[in-house]
Design a protein around this ligand. Structure first.
Ligand code: NAP
Ligand code: G3P
Length: 489
């Protein structure tokens, strides 16, 4: 599995109870590259019986794992981080082919993930409880003390998306297992080769049998079955709002942590540094072809500086590198993940054109490659003002002042992040205070990292909070043991 994989078709199996297992059905899902449609590899399409066995194994392994000292669990993570770093070249080659991401971004995702895993191991050492005296509450005496410890939740089902197949799988696995949970990972089908490779890294690092398991199969076929499985104690999901909403509708009494879609706004006020603003907007909107939850997905700029800002953005968009990530190392615009995704982006582009938005750059497509597209004078009756394209198209909406920008930003069903560009700290806080989002970036593009910051979406963008410390907290619960001292006097 860790041999040189370039130009070689990969057949991966699932990690179940410590064994690399094929599906008895003999069925595989073929993974084709979004770059040139070549067959990259195959993963098993698991049956429901195999899913049952996987969850049973995770349930059984949890009994011992939760009693394994935290320092031992942390050791596995440190080893996994080191192995992952060693495998950066192999894994980059797989990731480039599987999801069409450019080489530089693949490498930085993998190295960032190794840092994430190490930081999680460090953070686990300060996992502690508290003791609470009873007599701080009216009417109680000193004889009652609550000893509060943190307990794992049990079996965590981790479901990851295609766009960060290593980072968004590891950011669920590492905090879950260090806290004493066991994990069943269901990676995005397009991204499952990376997900299974990551499982191999954890296995090589010494994760015991059953502590980390994987399930592959199309979400549309096995998704409902796994999320409603009796052995799931917690679901940690990253993906679209559509699927996240479905999961929250069909599950019952299972806690959920969800990172979903977004429509992050960059709000530009009249005193903004326009060069800095334009650079941030362009890299925020177009890197990896806009296939990032935290991509800048609309610009709300006050009329006074709109012409100057638009000119600067346009100049930069025209200079973006476009093409094949196998040929250009840090290419910005790559083919989208599949033709359905490209069709959707083109649909939004066409509607904006029909409704009178001014096309400044792009608008064209070749196969899955949608050229970087920039629209000015987008209005609120256009779908592009509200929908998440997950592609390289940026709408500019002109507004009269900051209050109109805030109103349009908040009218979105999403609430992941927003950015405000201004040199006036009071204005920055005025806007930040009023935005209904998880995070506001002042004078920076919207982005998740660094990964120990809290990361969350409100409204249709998510449930709960990620970020190393926050993820560990989310996947543990307090357990209170109350000592009642007997007064024998
Ligand atoms: P997606 O289509 O929602 O898929 C996400 C995961 O859900 C995949 O593993 C998918 O498996 C699985 N799935 C599909 N149907 C399911 C079902 N009925 N039950 C359970 N699981 C099911 O999302 P995506 O296209 O991979 O990723 C893009 C979306 O993710 C965007 O909306 C983006 O904004 C969002 N995202 C959000 C964040 C964040 O942190 N807020 C980060 C990254 C991405 P299959 O691949 O087998 O269908
Ligand atoms: O975790 C990866 C994804 O959520 C986006 O990360 O930091 O590039 O916005 P970032």
């Amino acid at each position: 599995m860790f041999s040189n994989i370039k130009d070689q078709e990969l057949i991966f199996r699932n990690l179940i109870n410590g064994n690399w297992t094929n599906s008895k059905s003999g069925n595989f899902i073929e993974i084709y590259s979004p770059i040139d449609n070549r067959l990259v590899g195959k993963v098993p399409a698991m049956t429901t019986e195999e899913v049952d066995y996987t969850f049973e194994s995770a349930r059984k392994a949890q009994e011992e794992w939760k009693n394994t000292p935290i320092n031992k669990r942390a050791e596995v993570l440190y080893k996994a981080a080191d192995i992952l770093e060693d495998k950066v070249e192999d894994l980059t080659n797989i990731m480039m082919l599987e999801i069409g991401k450019d080489k530089k971004s693949c490498e930085s995702e993998i190295l960032r993930t190794a840092d994430f895993i190490r930081f999680t191991a460090d953070a686990s050492k300060s996992l502690s409880g508290e003791s609470i005296p009873g007599d701080s509450f009216p009417g109680f005496k000193r004889n009652k003390i609550s000893v509060v410890t943190r307990e794992p939740l049990g079996v965590v089902l981790a479901i990851s998306p295609f766009n960060y197949p290593i980072n968004l799988a590891a950011s669920k696995i590492a905090p879950a297992i260090v806290a004493g949970n066991t994990v069943v990972l269901k990676p995005a089908t397009q991204g499952s080769l990376c997900g299974l490779y990551l499982a191999k890294v954890f296995e090589e690092a010494g994760v015991p049998a059953g502590v980390l398991n994987t399930v592959t199969g199309k979400g549309s076929e096995i998704g409902d079955y796994i999320v409603t499985h009796r052995d799931v104690d917690f679901i940690n999901f990253t993906g679209s709002t559509e699927i996240g909403t479905r999961i929250s509708k069909i599950t019952s009494m299972v806690p959920l942590l969800m990172e979903l879609g977004g429509k992050d706004a960059a709000i530009v006020l009249e005193d903004a540094d326009l060069d800095l603003t334009a650079s941030n907007i362009v890299s925020g909107a177009y890197s990896y072809s806009g296939q990032r939850c935290t991509a800048v997905k609309r610009v709300l700029v006050v009329d006074k500086v709109a012409d100057a800002l638009v000119e600067k953005i346009k100049e930069k968009v025209e200079k973006l590198s476009i093409g094949n990530p196998l040929e250009i190392d840090d290419v910005n615009i790559v083919p989208l993940i599949n033709s359905k995704a490209a069709d959707f982006v083109v649909e939004l582009i066409e509607e904006a054109k029909e409704k009178g938005a001014k096309l400044l750059v792009g608008g064209n497509r070749e196969g899955n490659l949608v050229y970087p597209t920039l629209f000015d004078y987008v209005t609120t009756d256009m779908r592009l003002a509200w929908e998440e394209p997950f592609g390289p198209v940026l709408p500019i909406i002109r507004v009269k002042d900051k209050d109109e920008a805030i109103a349009i930003a908040n009218e979105s069903k999403y609430g992941l992040q927003s950015a405000v560009f201004t040199e006036n700290i009071n204005e920055a806080f005025y806007v930040a205070d009023r935005l209904e989002v998880g995070t506001v970036q002042v004078n920076n593009k919207t982005e998740r990292g660094p990964d120990h910051f809290p990361f969350l979406g409100v409204k249709a963008s998510g449930i709960g909070t990620q970020g190393i410390k926050y993820s560990i907290e989310a996947m543990t619960r307090p357990k209170a043991t109350i000592i009642n001292l007997i007064d024998r006097k």
